[in-house]
Design a protein around this ligand. Sequence first.
Ligand SMILES: *[C@@H]1O[C@H](CO)[C@@H](O)[C@H](O)[C@H]1NC(C)=O
Length: 287
Amino acid sequence: MAASSSYSGLPMLLLLTLVVLSSLMAAHGGNFYQDFDLTWGDHRAKIMNGGQLLSLSLDRASGSGFRSKREYLLGRIDMQIKLVAGNSAGTVTAYYLSSQGPTHDEIDFEFLGNLSGDPYVLHTNVFTQGKGNREQQFYLWFDPTKNFHTYSVVWNQLNIIFLVDNTPIRVFKNAESIGVPFPKNQAMRIYSSLWNADDWATQGGRVKTDWTKAPFTATYKNFNAQTCSGTSCTSSSSSFSDGAWKSQQLDAYSLRRLRWVQKNYMIYNYCTDLKRFPQGPPPECRL
Ligand SMILES: *[C@@H]1O[C@H](CO)[C@@H](O)[C@H](O)[C@H]1NC(C)=O
């Protein structure tokens, strides 16, 4: 009798432990204090609401930035960002993953500001072994300054998928079989910065930053990184990850979404820039 009652107590204890553990993890979910260091711009970079919110700002004296404490090697990284509102011309909000050194790898999102009512440009690039020159640029199908939107990277052995609110906008496939290096051996940190680039960012540098509107502010929340080491996969904002990102490629539905974005919102693609590559586009463009 005693044995059976203590036996039936065990699952209850286990359940309680799990509940307590998962609420602890949830409280730490996307905690900016835990996951990031503010690296540039003094008080212009701030973590607020007990770690739930981070903001960067830019004024005439300086921009600001932050960096992940951890390095990541393959994973799915999600961040929600609300970009500089109003007249953001001349400002650039960069959000990217990068390793270090002359042969570094990099996966870039850069948001180029604009005059009020004119569209932001989302600039993307992929560097492998120190070599970039793989720009693709897009308009967005929403105003990225009104609300938070989710910008994600799925980075596995097969491909790198750039997603906006879970819609794929770009895929960089592993083309090692045709001699193109693929970033899969160098761990990367996550970086973000808000800075002034009015010499080139907006309408080719013709529109300058209006400093009477400073400070300019971008806000971040709900960071989540899913990674695996060995056979165990984790997620920084909850205790479990199914590791689905590890083999994620575009299915028929996401391929249709990608085509929709590329047809309606893509404004530059290095793969079709014949002036730049008169001998034909780089090999990965043929995949
Ligand atoms: C800003 O708006 C102009 C006019 O609509 C557009 O041509 C340009 O691509 C937009 N974005 C940037 C970053 O210049």
